[in-house]
Ligand binder design. Structure first.
Ligand SMILES: [Zn+2]
Length: 311
């Protein structure tokens, strides 16, 4: 998800319970779902965020090592506070690390809550200039909305950056933080647990109609997803949407392949962006994501800009 929608989302996050009840009653077609926690392997937890009738933030993971906890994705500040409480109900071990899969506010704006407890925030080094520019700007935007969860909070950027791979292994758990290239953003990284075959993907791979492409390179994204398929994956914990298995990488990749092909052919046929938006049809996408591809206007516009011959 992107920073441009941060303000609205953070307000929604603060009001999720009330809005959820009201919206599910008034709009019967929106099937509500709830935030839920699963233990994917001993000491490896996945917290799936509610997405309907309102989106309250990103999915998160946390991993209990022998002496400490690693959190995957900080989430919005309000959700971060919830997760810290939740982890405290499971273990008294301190949260020592938070890994931000990328700089977007719904994954990273809650960093400060973990840092206040002494945790180190880790991210890929290519995300550093993004934290320092769009990330910071988005955070300030969040504060300006006066959303209670942002009140008086400073922006906390990662303090530990890695290049292609960063390993945390204490003999009980092993997590490899891996960079596969420019996908959803230039600084995406994922968390791989080779002993369990679990991949936490952040927004590099999501399950459903959650892709934001504004800072992406969709050609490179396809290459990165292809490289991830080399891992012996049993389970995928995506940044948004339900848990899945390795087939999710193929679905995510296929969407960008088919979107690029459809938009590219339409450009060749001389169609305008408005025509493409009206006519785009990717039947597979609806089967997977539950909505028509033509509703993903931001994605269509981005790919159109990528593929349109430069003047
Ligand atoms: Zn994102």
């Amino acid at each position: 998800m992107g920073s441009s929608i941060r303000s609205a989302l953070s307000v929604m996050a603060a009001a999720c319970c009330i809005v959820g009840i009201a919206a599910s009653g008034a709009l019967g077609w929106l099937a509500p779902n709830e935030t839920k926690v699963s233990e994917l392997a001993p000491g490896v937890f996945f917290r799936k965020a509610q997405t309907e009738p309102v989106f309250i933030g990103c999915n998160q993971g946390w991993i209990e090592f022998r002496d400490f906890v690693l959190v995957i994705d900080a989430n919005f500040p309000g959700q971060a506070a919830e997760v810290i409480k939740l982890i405290g109900q499971h273990t008294k071990k301190p949260i020592r690390f938070v890994f931000d899969t990328h700089h977007h506010g719904d994954h990273a704006d809650g960093n400060v809550h973990y840092a206040k407890q002494g945790a180190t925030v880790i991210a890929n080094e290519r995300s550093r200039p993004l934290f320092e520019t769009t990330g910071l700007k988005g955070f300030e935007g969040g504060k300006k909305t006066k959303a209670a969860e942002y009140a008086d909070l400073p922006y906390e950027m990662p303090t530990l950056y890695f290049d292609r791979k960063f390993v945390i292994d204490d003999g009980t758990q092993r997590v490899e933080l891996l960079f596969f290239g420019h996908g959803h953003t230039a600084g995406d990284a994922v968390a791989w647990m080779p002993k369990h075959g679990i991949l936490f993907t952040g927004d590099a791979c999501v399950n459903g109609a959650f892709n934001y492409t504004g800072e992406s390179d969709t050609a490179s994204w396809i290459t990165a997803l292809t490289a991830m398929t080399e891992l012996p994956i049993k389970q995928i914990a995506p940044g948004h949407g339900e848990l899945s298995d390795k087939t999710l990488l193929e679905k995510q990749r296929r969407y960008f392949q088919e979107l690029r092909m459809a938009v590219g052919k339409a450009i060749e046929a001389g169609k305008s962006l408005d025509q493409i938006k009206a006519e785009l049809d990717i039947p597979f996408y609806k089967e997977w994501a539950g909505v028509e591809a033509k509703t993903r206007v931001e994605n269509i516009e981005h790919v159109y800009r990528e593929l349109k011959p430069k003047a």
